[in-house]
Design a protein around this ligand. Structure first.
Ligand SMILES: Nc1ncnc2c1ncn2[C@@H]1O[C@H](COP(=O)(O)OP(=O)(O)OP(=O)(O)O)[C@@H](O)[C@H]1O
Ligand SMILES: [Mg+2]
Length: 229
């Protein structure tokens, strides 16, 4: 049984006729980091939104660890899926300092446990002294690390990253890429990384998949057969 199973997924946005995803299937093993590439509009962000439970599929099923998340009969709310997400624009809360941003998704913990978890996450992303800063007082790369810390704080079983490097200049990106590689290795978390950059995908992912509009084309396990366009 795969850790994440996406089976025969189809989706059209409400009020639109064209399908964004059509009969799309993908399986992830535990701990696997899968890169998702594909032209603009091919449905990469939509796929992540479906997995996170921000949209419900028109057809098909999504399960995590054998538990159905989305199907014709069942829909698990996003906060109950154990899925963390990092968005392209980081989506930090501007009115909350770094610590409160990171603590945001932590439920069911005592005050002390929450504080410790925030401290651990700040250390993990190498921002131990930055808990009291506000997002606008941070560089782009630092903001992005906070976004990762916030996504990882509730110990998700699956991490979804939607072009997390696209707002960074190339020098900063190289540093962050190394850090992310370390972070993924350290946490061993099953992940999907959406990117436009083959180099990012090659550097970070165990497997790369290319999506094309309407006809997702799977290239399982064969990094070097990656179609270059
Ligand atoms: N809220 C929405 N309502 C209607 N159509 C949408 C909506 N969001 C996205 N779409 C359409 O769905 C298709 C897939 O969009 P999506 O954002 O998933 O693409 P993407 O692969 O992430 O593209 P990019 O690489 O540019 O981020 C596009 O044709 C887009 O116009
Ligand atoms: Mg997108």
């Amino acid at each position: 049984m795969s850790f994440v199973s996406i089976h025969a997924l189809s989706y059209s946005y409400p009020g639109t006729a064209a399908a964004v995803l059509n009969d799309f299937s993908l399986d992830l093993e535990q701990g696997e980091v899968v890169g998702l590439l594909g032209q603009s509009g091919s449905g990469k962000s939509t796929l992540l939104r479906l997995i996170a439970g921000l949209e419900a599929p028109s057809q098909g099923e999504i399960s995590i660890q054998g538990e159905t998340m989305s199907s014709r009969h069942k829909f698990v709310q996003p906060e109950r899926r154990g899925v963390g997400m990092v968005f392209q624009d980081y989506a930090l809360f501007p009115h909350m300092n770094v610590s409160r941003n990171i603590a945001f998704g932590l439920r069911g913990l005592s005050r002390n446990e929450r504080k410790n978890r925030v401290t651990d996450m700040l250390e993990l992303v190498k921002l131990a002294d930055y808990g009291h800063r506000y997002p606008h007082e941070l560089s782009g790369g630092q903001q992005q690390r906070v976004a990762f810390a916030r996504a990882l704080a509730p110990s998700p079983r699956l991490l979804l990253m939607d072009e997390p490097f696209s707002n960074l200049d190339s020098e900063l990106k190289n540093g962050i890429r190394k850090e992310l590689k370390e972070l993924l290795h350290q946490t061993g978390i099953t992940s999907i990384l959406v990117t436009h950059d083959h180099e990012d995908a090659e550097a970070l992912c165990d497997r790369i998949i290319r999506m094309t509009s309407f006809m997702p084309e799977l290239q399982a396990g064969k990094k070097h057969q990656l179609v270059t366009s």
